[in-house]
Design a protein around this ligand. Structure first.
Ligand SMILES: Nc1ncnc2c1ncn2[C@@H]1O[C@H](COP(=O)(O)OP(=O)(O)O)[C@@H](O)[C@H]1O
Ligand SMILES: [Mg+2]
Length: 246
């Protein structure tokens, strides 16, 4: 059975894309067939982390949604993980971003595209990078997801935002929700923080992730777990991956 994993946050810049590329890479290393779709139309960035330059992107999920290609034509096998990881970028082109934000897209078509990818590529997992915040299209996608990973920073703005999201997501009945609190300062009491998150938000799992200089220093270029396979932060990405697999 394939699983659709949606990665979401209330605000931008919380670490969605970083988590996706690293978890997808680990799953692929473990022999799983993994699809990754960038549906963050507003600020596409997965292609940068996967080392795909804008000029190399001929087809994107945007073209599929506009009826200009089949979704399989927008799949980019990544050289280091060929045959295991299949990536569908969102268009980084300014006019395409503008167009999709202005016109929107047919939700049903996007979901049909996911089904098509899962079937033709025989995927075990499909990871989705969603737009931050509350959008009708995002909620529609969540309806079809098996796992929701919600990423937040340990700030009052994010706690308030996740509270709002939790209220709405409750009605969608996503089977498994994981909260990832990212860039937690070492001086906080992690046990207390974790128990507060468990108490305040409905979820099956809470993972705390430290602020990691090496991640920041990579400046979103490349894949952290490949560059630093023995780093403690890689072990946390491993733990997240194991929870998703089980
Ligand atoms: N645990 C972390 N420690 C330090 N920097 C991080 C961490 N996680 C993410 N970052 C950095 O934060 C920035 C935003 O992350 P990104 O994954 O692009 O967020 P999003 O996709 O939610 O907008 C990036 O520069 C990334 O390298
Ligand atoms: Mg992103």
């Amino acid at each position: 059975m394939s699983k659709i994993i949606a990665v979401h946050s209330f605000r931008r810049g919380t670490g969605k894309s970083t988590l996706i590329v690293n978890v997808a890479t680990l799953l692929a290393h473990q022999g799983r067939r993994v699809g990754v779709v960038d549906t963050n139309f507003q600020s596409p960035s997965l292609h940068i982390m996967f080392g795909l330059t804008s000029t190399k992107i001929n087809r994107s999920i945007n073209d599929y949604l506009w009826g200009q290609c089949q979704i399989e034509q927008a799949v980019y096998p990544l050289s280091s993980l060929a045959g295991a990881l299949f990536f569908v970028p969102a268009s980084p082109d300014a006019s395409s971003i503008n167009k999709i934000l202005r016109q929107g897209y047919a939700d049903e078509l996007l979901i049909a595209g996911f089904d098509e990818l899962i079937a033709t590529l025989k995927l075990d997992f499909l990871l989705l990078d969603l737009n931050a915040g509350l959008h009708e299209e995002t909620l529609f996608t969540l309806n079809f997801s098996d796992i929701l990973i919600n990423i937040l920073h340990p700030t009052q703005q994010d706690y308030q935002g996740i509270g709002v999201l939790t209220e709405i997501v409750r009605q969608l009945k996503v089977p498994y929700i994981m909260m990832v609190v990212n860039e937690v300062p070492s001086i906080l009491d992690w046990e207390i923080l974790k128990s507060q998150i468990i108490k305040n938000y409905e979820c099956q799992e809470v993972v705390l992730f430290p602020h990691t200089e090496e991640i920041q220093a990579m400046a979103s270029r490349g894949i952290f777990v490949e560059r630093y396979p023995h780093h403690p932060a890689t072990q946390i990405f491993q733990q997240i991956t194991e929870k998703i697999r089980n």
